[in-house]
Design a protein around this ligand. Structure first.
Ligand SMILES: Cc1cc2nc3c(=O)[nH]c(=O)nc-3n(C[C@H](O)[C@H](O)[C@H](O)COP(=O)(O)OP(=O)(O)OC[C@H]3O[C@@H](n4cnc5c(N)ncnc54)[C@H](O)[C@@H]3O)c2cc1C
Length: 409
C-alpha cells in the first residue's frame, strides 16, 4: 500500500487532539488527525459529551492563533467570580463562603466556559477550512515503527503514514503511550463525577460556585439561559457507589437530592441534560516524549475536575510544542525537541497533579475535624490579599511573577 507522507500525525480527536490539529495546521504544518470514534457535534444526539470546559485566560491566545476563538466567542460564558463554599458543618448548610474575583488581577475574566459538544462542532468547522489538515474520523492508531528522521504509523484501515512527529492525544488509556513503552502512575479515589445541566430560579450572575461537604465538590458553572431560565452546568463528585445510586434515581428524586446538596443556593434545580457518569483518577505518565513522539493531554496527565485544570494543562502542553516547532520548523519530532518538551512540561505537571490531588482529598474528607481544618484553610488562603492573588495566578497558569496584561472580552 502507498505510504502517505506528512509533517505531523495526531492520534486522538478529542477536544485536545482537534485543537492540536487546528493549531499545527494554522502554523502551516501538514497534519493528519485520526480517531476511531467520530465526534458528536449535536447536544441532543446519543453519545454527546454534555460536560463543559472552562478555558482559562492563557488558552485564549492559543485559540486565537489556531483560528478557533472567533468561532467560539459567541458561545463563551465569561467566568468572573469563583465562589468557594464550605458546607461541612453538622447541618450541611453553607458556613464559609469566599469569592475569588478576576477583577483582583485585571479587567479580563478568569476564563470562558463552553459546552464540549459545541467545542467539537466549532473546531471541526475550522479544520474543514484548513487545507493543511486531513481529519480522518472512524480510523485509529494501531502501531508505530520509529526511524531516525520519521515515524511509520499504521492505522486501523490499513493505511500507512510516514510523519516527522506523532502527537499522542488518544486519551487516558493511550495505545500510543503503550506502544512507546512509557509507564504511568495512577492514583485512585473510588470516586465518580456526575455531569449534568440544570435550570434554576435564582440567576448565577456569572459566578462559578464550588460547594464542599464530603465525597467531593459540587460545582455550578454558568451557561447561557435555557428557554428563558437561568442555566448552569454541574459537576458533582461523590464516592462511586453513591454516584451510581444518584445516577439511577428517577428525575424528580435526582433533582431533589441535587437541590439539597447545592444547599439550595440557586433554588430548586430542574434537569435539562444528563446526568452522565465519569470515573475519576489522577494519572501522570513517566515521560512526555517517546521516539519521534510527544505525549500530551490525558495521554500524559489526568486530574479530577477541580479548578478547571485538565484541558488547560493540555493546552499548555500544546503551546509548549508549538513554541518549539516555531523555533525550529525542521527539527519537529527530533530527539532534542522532544527532550526539551519533556523537561519543560513534566515538572510543572507533577506539581499540578499533586495540587489537585490534595484539593480533591480535602473535599472528599468525611471527618468533622478535617472539615473544620478545611474551612479554616479556606479563610486563611482567601483573606490575605497577596496569598489570594498568588493562588489565583497559579490556578490560571500565569505563574507568580509580575502582572502580565491580559485582554478583556
Ligand atoms: C466531569 C468532568 C469535567 C471537566 N471539566 C473540565 C474543565 O472545566 N476544564 C478543563 O480544563 N478540563 C475539564 N475536564 C477535563 C477535560 O474534560 C479533559 O481533560 C478532556 O476532555 C480530555 O480531552 P482529551 O482530548 O485529552 O481526551 P479524550 O476526550 O478522552 O479524547 C481522546 C480521544 O482519543 C480517541 N482514541 C482512543 N483510542 C484511539 C486510537 N487508538 N487512535 C486514535 N484515537 C484514539 C478517543 O476516541 C477520543 O476521542 C473535565 C473532566 C471531567 C471528567
Amino acid at each position: 500500500m502507498e505510504r502517505t507522507k506528512t509533517d505531523i500525525i495526531i492520534a486522538g480527536g478529542g477536544v485536545a487532539g482537534l485543537t492540536a490539529a487546528a493549531a499545527f495546521g494554522a502554523e502551516g504544518f501538514r497534519t493528519i488527525c485520526v480517531d476511531p470514534a467520530p465526534p458528536v457535534t449535536d447536544g441532543a444526539a446519543p453519545g454527546a459529551d454534555l460536560r463543559t470546559t472552562a478555558f482559562l485566560q492563557p488558552a485564549r491566545a492559543l485559540l486565537e492563533a489556531a483560528g478557533i476563538w472567533d468561532r467560539l466567542s459567541p458561545e463563551a460564558m465569561p467566568l468572573e467570580i469563583m465562589r468557594i463554599i464550605d458546607a461541612g458543618g453538622r447541618d450541611g448548610e453553607a458556613r464559609v463562603s469566599r469569592d475569588f474575583d478576576s477583577a483582583d488581577l485585571g479587567d479580563a475574566p478568569f476564563g470562558w466556559n463552553f459546552r464540549n459538544w459545541v467545542l467539537r462542532r466549532e473546531i471541526l468547522a475550522r479544520l474543514d477550512s484548513l487545507p493543511t489538515v486531513d481529519f480522518r474520523p472512524g480510523v485509529g492508531f494501531v502501531n508505530m515503527v520509529p526511524r531516525e528522521n520519521s515515524v511509520i504509523v499504521t492505522l486501523s484501515d490499513g493505511q500507512v503514514i510516514e510523519a516527522r512527529m506523532l502527537v499522542a492525544c488518544d486519551g487516558r488509556d493511550s495505545a500510543v503511550r503503550a506502544a512507546c513503552g512509557i509507564g504511568a502512575r495512577t492514583l485512585r479515589y473510588g470516586q465518580k463525577a456526575l455531569s449534568f445541566a440544570v435550570t434554576h430560579p435564582v440567576p448565577h450572575d456569572n459566578v462559578s460556585t464550588e460547594i464542599h461537604r464530603q465525597g467531593g465538590p459540587f460545582t455550578f458553572v454558568p451557561l447561557p439561559d435555557h428557554e428563558g431560565q437561568p442555566c448552569s452546568a454541574v459537576v458533582w463528585m461523590e464516592r462511586g457507589p453513591e454516584a451510581q445510586r444518584l445516577a439511577a434515581l428517577p428525575r424528580e428524586a435526582f433533582e431533589a437530592e441535587a437541590t439539597e446538596r447545592s444547599t439550595g443556593l440557586l433554588g430548586a434545580l430542574r434537569l435539562v441534560a444528563g446526568p452522565q457518569v465519569w470515573p475519576i483518577i489522577s494519572r501522570i505518565a513517566d515521560r512526555m516524549d517517546g521516539p519521534r513522539t510527544a505525549l500530551m493531554a490525558e495521554t500524559a496527565h489526568v486530574v479530577p475536575p477541580i479548578g478547571a485544570q485538565g484541558l488547560n494543562m493540555s493546552l499548555a502542553d500544546l503551546s509548549c510544542l508549538l513554541d518549539l516547532a516555531r523555533a525550529d520548523h525542521d527539527g519537529i519530532g527530533s530527539r532534542k525537541m522532544l527532550a526539551t518538551y519533556h523537561r519543560k512540561r513534566h515538572p510543572e505537571i507533577a506539581i499540578r497533579v499533586a495540587g489537585v490531588d490534595a484539593l480533591n482529598r480535602a473535599s472528599m474528607a468525611s471527618s468533622p475535624l478535617l472539615h473544620d481544618l478545611r474551612a479554616m484553610g479556606m479563610r486563611a488562603l482567601h483573606d490575605v490579599a497577596p496569598v489570594r492573588k498568588t493562588l489565583m495566578r497559579l490556578g490560571l497558569g500565569l505563574g507568580r511573577g509580575a502582572e502580565r496584561p491580559i485582554k478583556g472580552g
